[in-house]
Write a protein that binds this ligand. Structure first.
Ligand SMILES: [Zn+2]
Length: 272
């Protein structure tokens, strides 16, 4: 298998006409086969093309059980099983902490000193590039998709799935919120040892269900062995949120008993 370098990535960016844009990137490093400088080949090609990268840098390790007075109904949480032993890590916006499942590219972006990381103890986004600060500033624990709201209705914003499918496309959760669903509430440990209430997304295992509807705006190219699927951000959100409004069950994964899917479809937590 041939090695992919920054020039190949730059050529793909030019081919897609997405220079100087904002890219919500969901990626699998492995999908490329061999990348000459690892994640840096990709990151530096986007930066050299004037792009701003926005990636999920989630920290599930900071999760703690809810305080007893915050046991919201319809919140897909098995409160009876909650264990109150305090093993969680505290979220630190300046750290490189990230859950392993997010992959090597977001983990590497966190190590760039110019990166801007969001204020969310469980589902932070991190941005790198000329527009990073403006995008990330609007994320907060009870506005988990604040950064995505910023990008909605702006031109030159794209969702790029590089070697992953729609089950990794976090913006679909923003579209669910836009369709009227309340987001689940979870809790996390902060640096001062307090417990922060934070919004999080629901189950994403069923999100390939949107593939057919999104085909009309999707562009696909192969970069080495990595299949890239590109969508304009605002049309993506509009198509998905309208589809959810029309048929709430469209987000359901293949497990009929999935509590997160069931509670999300009912509208999310009852916040009282
Ligand atoms: Zn599910």
């Amino acid at each position: 298998m041939s090695t992919i370098n920054s020039d190949h990535i730059k050529a793909a960016i030019t081919n897609l006409g997405i220079e100087n844009s904002i890219i919500c990137l969901h990626s699998s490093l492995k999908s490329f086969g061999s990348l000459e400088m690892g994640p840096d080949s990709l990151i530096q090609a986007f930066l050299a093309s004037g792009c701003t990268l926005v990636v999920p840098t989630f920290t599930y390790e900071c999760d703690v059980p809810p305080p007893v007075e915050k046991r919201y109904k319809q919140n897909a949480y098995a409160y009876e099983d909650a264990s109150y032993s305090d093993r969680a890590n505290a979220y630190n916006i300046n750290s490189g902490m990230i859950s392993k499942s997010l992959g090597a590219i977001p983990a590497r972006i966190l190590q760039y000193k110019e990166r801007i990381r969001g204020n969310h103890p469980l589902n932070s986004f991190t941005a790198l590039g000329p527009k990073a600060e403006a995008i990330i500033a609007s994320q907060s624990p009870l506005n988990v998709y604040g950064s995505l709201k910023q990008m909605y209705n702006k031109s030159d914003v794209y969702i790029l799935l590089a070697g992953v499918d729609l089950t990794k496309a976090t913006p679909i959760h923003f579209a669910e919120e836009k369709a009227g669903r309340r987001l689940f509430r979870r809790w996390a440990k902060s640096l001062d040892n307090s417990c922060i209430e934070a919004e999080v997304g629901s189950c994403s295992e069923g999100f390939e269900n949107f593939s057919g509807l999104l085909a009309q705006i999707e562009r696909r190219i192969l970069v080495g062995s990595s299949l890239w699927r590109l969508f304009p951000f605002t049309s993506f959100i509009d198509i998905v949120s309208e589809a959810v409004r029309k048929d709430q069950n469209i987000t359901h994964c293949s497990n009929p008993a999935c509590e997160r899917c069931e509670d999300a479809i009912k509208g999310g937590p009852i916040l009282e």
